[in-house]
Design a protein around this ligand. Sequence first.
Ligand code: AMP
Ligand code: GLY
Length: 415
Amino acid sequence: MAKVLVVGGGGREHAIVHALSKSNKVDEIYAAPGNAGIAKLAMCVNIKDTEVEKIVEFAKAEAIDLVVIGPEASLALGIVDELKKNNIKVFGPTKAAARIESSKNFAKDLMLKYNIPTAGYEVFEKYEEALNYVKKSSFPTVIKYDGLAAGKGVVIANNLNDADSALKDMLLDDKFGHGKVVIEDYLEGPEFSFMCFVNGENVYPLEMAQDHKRAYDNDMGPNTGGMGAYSPLPFITEEDYNYALNEIMIKTARALVNENCSFTGVLYGGLMKTKNGIKVIEFNARFGDPETEVVLPRLTSDIFDAFNDVVDGKNPTLTWSTDATIGIVLASKGYPGEYKKGFVIEGADSDDIYHMGTKIDEAGNLVTNGGRVLFAVANGKTLAEANKKALALVEKIKCENLFHRTDIGAKAFRK
Ligand code: AMP
Ligand code: GLY
């Protein structure tokens, strides 16, 4: 029987822990740091996902058989390299391979070099040069900080003023740290998330999902970390799927091998179906959040076996339920802006509710502890049925400071 450590403490990690808990080969699951929901399935240890040394020490001391990394911050710090140095088995990419997410510049140059379809772009370090370039561009234009910025480093500028203030933030005021910007062409079309298990040139696709980034119904309001997701995707044809797999995901895995930074783990393609074909918006080097929370519940094969097989260079078995899943985020009022924490939550006991930002307070109550707080997932024979069930689950959750979208997946099932 195996001991597994999951690094991270959000909804994504709750879904990973939940999937691992169904394996009859796993008897002990640890999470660092975990959260109040994860604590029902795993032992939470008080180590942050960025405390690499402490995680390595813990894994050694507990003789952990497999470590699974959730967050990008841990990967960008080289947690996989450190664990490997200590002969600890880990599912996730090295620091060099994780640059596909941690550096937009690296990702864009790789796509250009290997002819992987993406928006046209230029890279700038100097504010004046970047400003001169946008003065000649058409709007909207897209300005991206070249580094991790917790989903806040992308600005769609509709005019020169907006572009100028984004460039000032990123290049003069170093709002996200000192760095470069990528300025790219604006693309239009539905976005979707294609996560694949990868080991070197071998690519094993997971079921696709779609995130909903805007805060309010009908895609209104500010961009967030994601307000809900669903799977599968009726708007993706077989031709789209084959193109995305062969011309994007497999090509990218091969390109990384060729660049001497072979990838192991989950490669996440953030793709857009434009009228000129499918193009890459971004890559992530990890499971998506909240996509993972709607994709893993559809997995009917053993995830622990799959993680091990991928790391060992064997073909994993991945089988899927034909059911549809829809998940709805319950977020703190004010999110993605300022919000208060510590509001008591009741009615969130179901196993189908993943915790994104919760904790148990001193009085023993479950309370809100983040911007995104809970994720209610339901399945159904159709997306419409899953939607009804997910909304019913949300209705059971009582908390005065939460809000949610009511139209997750609606474009796919409302004709
Ligand atoms: P990213 O962090 O690169 O995924 O960007 C965040 C969001 O900004 C994406 O999910 C898109 O909605 C939007 N976005 C990024 N790049 C582009 C682009 N070239 N054209 C249109 N929208 C974009
Ligand atoms: N759902 C988008 C992400 O995980 O980056």
